[in-house]
Design a protein around this ligand. Structure first.
Ligand SMILES: [Zn+2]
Ligand SMILES: [Zn+2]
Length: 411
């Protein structure tokens, strides 16, 4: 069936139809499927959409069939050929172990890397996919008896690259350990606000704007006036937000956001279950808002400032160039998160280029500076047990004194 889709052609070379064929100059992205100046056979209704400047079509065999569907427009891949994306869906998933091993084996075979959680409540996936395999992934999802119709569209990243080393599919609660919310609760979905309408919502008088991420994510980028509970885990954050909201009138406006939307889908449902009636969340989270900002940069000012932290090698995507945070070691303006180069330490903190040089890309502990110089093999051999508590890991700003991380284990 014909569906109006993406513009695949930069130019229709000879727009005069020859029978059912037309010559086109494809967009650079589609040259792997369409040769320059190739003839494309059009379906009858597609001809009506053919113009000099663009060609909207779904053809018989000339194009991958899914190209014109829900994931358009397709992003431009990173220089390494990868595209980074995420998606999640809540539904009753049986036989999770079998699903886990299928995903692991079959997505790995497509060259996909990333982090995927499956549970009885559905799936949460963050992936880097070779550009040429996106269609295969979409087809895989649509042909799978488990996932068919579950993933309405991909949430594209702002910056594309291979953001993960390997593929890890795990059976785990979708959002955070200790927060196991059943499908009956999740069915109480909050109202989803499209990124283009979010700015208007932020101007609602008396709106409580909640940042449902960790405090370290909030440090490098946030919406103005957003409140991020001062706690260490998502469980505590949820408890505090519930307490906070229940002191207000039941219909008082609540606006929540997070990285890609899933934490708010959960938190929003919990609040609705508490009887709060005016709970709205940003669809697709800051990632989708960032896409919106990119598209409309000239006409509209971003209400999100700084960087959107991401849980992968990139450790964040720039939404606006403002720098909101400070180097944990010297206090200079900086929003670059790094992991201590001593792999057994691995502390995640903000480090400026000057401190990276001074402390040899480490957190400054003597042990770390010494061990960071060892070869990879030596470091693996001398692997240490976990060096930091959960609290220290999510609050790196609290462990630094005079530019050096203080670890109780060092005394
Ligand atoms: Zn510094
Ligand atoms: Zn360290």
């Amino acid at each position: 069936m014909f569906r109006r889709g993406v513009s695949v052609a930069r130019r229709v070379v000879a727009p005069r139809l020859r029978g059912t064929h037309v010559w086109i100059q494809p967009q650079p992205l589609y040259t792997q499927w369409i040769k320059p100046r190739s003839a494309i056979r059009l379906t009858e209704p597609a001809r009506r959409y053919t113009t000099h400047s663009s060609l909207y079509l779904r053809t018989h065999t000339d194009l991958p069939p899914q190209l014109s569907t829900m994931d358009a427009p397709y992003p431009v891949p990173g220089s390494d050929g990868f595209v980074t994306l995420s998606f999640y869906s809540f539904f009753s998933l049986q036989s999770i172990q079998t699903t886990r091993s299928h995903l692991q084996a079959q997505w790995e075979a497509l060259g996909i890397v990333g982090r995927v959680y499956v549970s009885n409540e559905g799936i949460n996936a963050q992936l880097s996919v070779p550009f040429a395999k996106i269609i295969d992934l979409r087809e895989w999802l649509e042909h799978s008896t488990v996932f068919r119709g579950r993933i309405s569209r991909f949430n594209w990243a702002l910056e594309h690259s291979q953001a993960f080393k390997a593929l890890h599919v795990r059976v785990r609660p979708l959002v955070a350990a200790g927060v196991e919310v059943g499908l009956d609760v999740l069915a109480n979905e909050p109202e989803y606000v499209e990124p283009k309408d979010w700015g208007k919502e932020l101007d609602t008088p008396d709106a409580l704007v909640l940042d449902m991420r960790n405090t370290y994510e909030y440090r490098v980028g946030r919406f103005d006036n957003a409140v991020c509970p001062d706690v260490d885990t998502f469980r505590e954050e949820l408890d505090q937000v519930r307490t906070m909201c229940l002191t207000r009138p039941r219909d008082a406006p609540i606006l929540m956001y997070c990285t890609g939307g899933i934490r708010c889908s959960v938190a929003g449902a919990v609040l609705r279950g508490d009887g709060l009636t005016n709970v709205k969340t940003l669809r697709g989270g800051v990632i989708a808002y960032g896409q919106h900002v990119r598209k409309t940069q000239e006409t509209q000012e971003s209400r999100f400032r700084g960087k959107n932290f991401t849980f992968d090698k990139r450790r964040g995507e720039v939404v606006t160039s403002e720098i909101l945070a400070k180097c944990d070691q010297c206090g200079s303006e900086c929003d670059t998160f790094v992991n201590c180069a001593h792999t057994s330490c691995n502390l995640l903190f903000i480090q400026c280029p000057g401190c990276a040089e001074k402390h040899k890309k480490t957190c400054g502990r003597e042990l770390c500076v010494e061990r960071a110089q060892l070869s990879h093999e030596e470091r693996v051999k001398q692997k240490l047990p976990p060096q930091w508590s959960h609290r220290e890991r999510v609050r790196p700003e609290l462990v630094f004194r005079d530019g050096v991380a203080h670890n109780p284990l060092d005394n």
